[in-house]
Design a protein around this ligand. Structure first.
Ligand code: BES
Ligand code: MN
Ligand code: ZN
Length: 485
């Protein structure tokens, strides 16, 4: 979509359609008799995302409710942008939009939020595989401001870049497992590396095995699809030793392996690569925005399938960290691939701050549902910063404990650790914590590390005002803020 700022009162008069935000009990800043009459007859209009089209011979006006003025926030603003864009798609080619005015958010933040909402809503991957579905048509959006400052222009540019990254991540997340194979992800990583001159390293299964990444290789060997560990490196500050390491779980399909999952709902495990998809989105955004920091990414890309060659319950494997793992349940594969990816980020890429994104445990969905992401860390200061930044861009995170009390739940009698928690009433007892504690075993104590269990938030099958059902790109907005700081 083309998005432009406009300060031209004349162009406002010529616009075919103008989208206007309406706060409850407030008259909109845009003066027009039609609107006045409508609001006089409908004094309660203005509930979030409530819409009403008004028109005369010359112009149409799309009134969109944005709720109570003192409850206005980033999320309301994204919803406003999304509601407008969803309404306009297929109906209008160009539109003008008036941003809500609020003393709670700066105007450039409002512009950023509403453009994100409009661009994310514009992308609906659910039509991709429907025969005969026409691509959507909305071509351009003018954002009208009485005076445009430099910050507002920067906000539009940033929103365009970030939403492109989010939409790319969502597209990858939503693709079915027969298309979004590990090799498909490698192709995208190569494209990003080429476009933004990032260093890329592609490690195939054989090389991974040879390198000693026995935990990754153990998961990979059950599948006939070639598996890969991919590293992307962006250097924004060559003089600094500081380097973010972003690690993404990329299980392009997780059947559970020999510890196979029940078939009902198994198809949803096509989303088990959303961690990797979101990290790819982030690297694209970083490549475009070129912040003065160093960021490396590691994607662990494979399927988890049962076969004659597959990992078995009871197998003991040796990870890249040197730690041996008794694999009691082959469905706890995410932590296996992550442990080697995290070791790679530390050992080979020298990352000094680690953040992993993984659809890791069903227990996380039970605990926090599909709107709040669980955060585990060995460094509270680091995680509190992330949680706070999340609040500024409408993403919810909740700090979870890495309870020392549960350390013994991953003890093994015959190897260094087990890959599932035991000693509780079931493997899911404190399931998200024991999974995080497993990963913690390969993180250097002095290296700040955040683990985001996005099992509940990586995809959402209910549409929101600015999103279609499917992958959400969770974490991208917040991590962009963290990295840009
Ligand atoms: N990919 C799943 C976790 C998952 C479940 C993500 C539901 C999203 C929705 C992961 O690989 C897994 O299977 N975890 C097991 C671990 C168990 C065997 C200890 C789980 O959570 O059931
Ligand atoms: Mn699994
Ligand atoms: Zn999994």
């Amino acid at each position: 979509m083309r998005i432009q700022l406009s300060t031209d009162q004349e162009s406002l008069k010529e616009a075919k359609i103008i989208a206007i935000p309406v706060f409850i009990n407030e008259s909109p800043k845009f003066e027009n008799q039609l609107i006045k009459d409508f609001l006089k007859d409908n004094p309660k209009f203005g509930a979030p995302n409530e819409i009403q089209l008004l028109f005369n011979a010359e112009q149409s006006f799309l009134l969109v409710g944005v709720g109570e003025k003192d409850k206005f926030d980033f999320e309301t603003c994204q919803n406003f942008g999304g509601t407008v864009s969803k309404y306009l798609i297929d109906r209008f080619k160009d539109a003008t939009l008036i941003p809500p005015e609020s003393d709670k958010l700066a105007s450039d933040v409002v512009v950023y939020a509403l453009v994100l909402g409009a661009e994310i809503a514009f992308h609906d991957p659910s039509t991709r595989f429907k025969t005969g579905k026409e691509p959507t048509k909305l071509g351009g959006l003018q954002i009208f401001l009485e005076k445009a400052r430099g910050e507002d222009k920067i906000a539009i540019k940033k929103a365009s870049v970030v939403s492109l990254g989010i939409n790319m991540a969502r597209l990858h997340g939503d693709l079915p497992p027969n298309e979004a194979t590990p090799a498909y992800f490698v192709e995208t990583a190569k494209k990003i590396a080429h476009d933004f001159k990032l260093k890329i390293t592609v490690i195939d299964e054989k090389m991974a095995q040879k390198k000693g990444m026995g935990a990754f290789a153990a998961v990979a060997k059950g599948s006939d699809e070639p598996s890969f560990v991919v590293a992307l490196e962006y250097t924004g500050n060559a003089r600094s030793k500081d380097k973010y390491g972003l690690i993404g779980k990329g299980l392009t399909f997780d059947s559970g392996g020999i510890s196979i999952k029940p078939s009902s709902g198994m198809h949803e495990m096509k989303y088990d690569m959303c961690g990797a998809a979101n990290v790819l989105g982030l690297m694209q955004i970083i490549g475009e925005l070129k912040p003065r920091v160093n960021v490396s990414a590691v994607l662990a890309l494979t399927e988890n399938l049962p076969s004659g060659k597959a990992l078995k319950p009871g197998d003991i494997i040796k990870s890249y960290s040197g730690k041996t793992v008794e694999t009691i349940n082959t469905d706890a594969e995410g932590r296996l691939v992550l442990m080697d990816a995290l070791t790679y980020a530390q050992k080979d890429l020298n990352a000094t701050k680690l953040i992993d994104l993984a659809t890791l445990t069903g227990a996380m969905v039970v605990a926090l549902g599909d709107k709040i992401t669980g955060v585990f860390t060995n460094n509270k200061e680091f995680s509190e910063k992330l949680v706070k930044l999340g609040e500024t861009v409408g993403e919810k995170f909740w700090q979870m404990p890495l309870g020392e009390e549960y350390k013994d739940m991953i003890k093994s009698d015959i190897a260094d650790i087990t890959n599932i928690g035991h000693g509780g009433s079931s493997p899911s007892t404190a399931g998200s914590i024991t999974a995080a504690k497993f990963i913690e075993t390969v993180v250097e104590e002095t290296t700040p590390w955040i683990h985001l269990d996005i099992a509940g938030t990586a995809w959402d099958l209910k549409p929101t005002p600015y999103s279609a059902p499917g992958a959400t790109g969770v974490g991208i907005k917040t991590l962009v803020e963290l990295i840009l700081q």
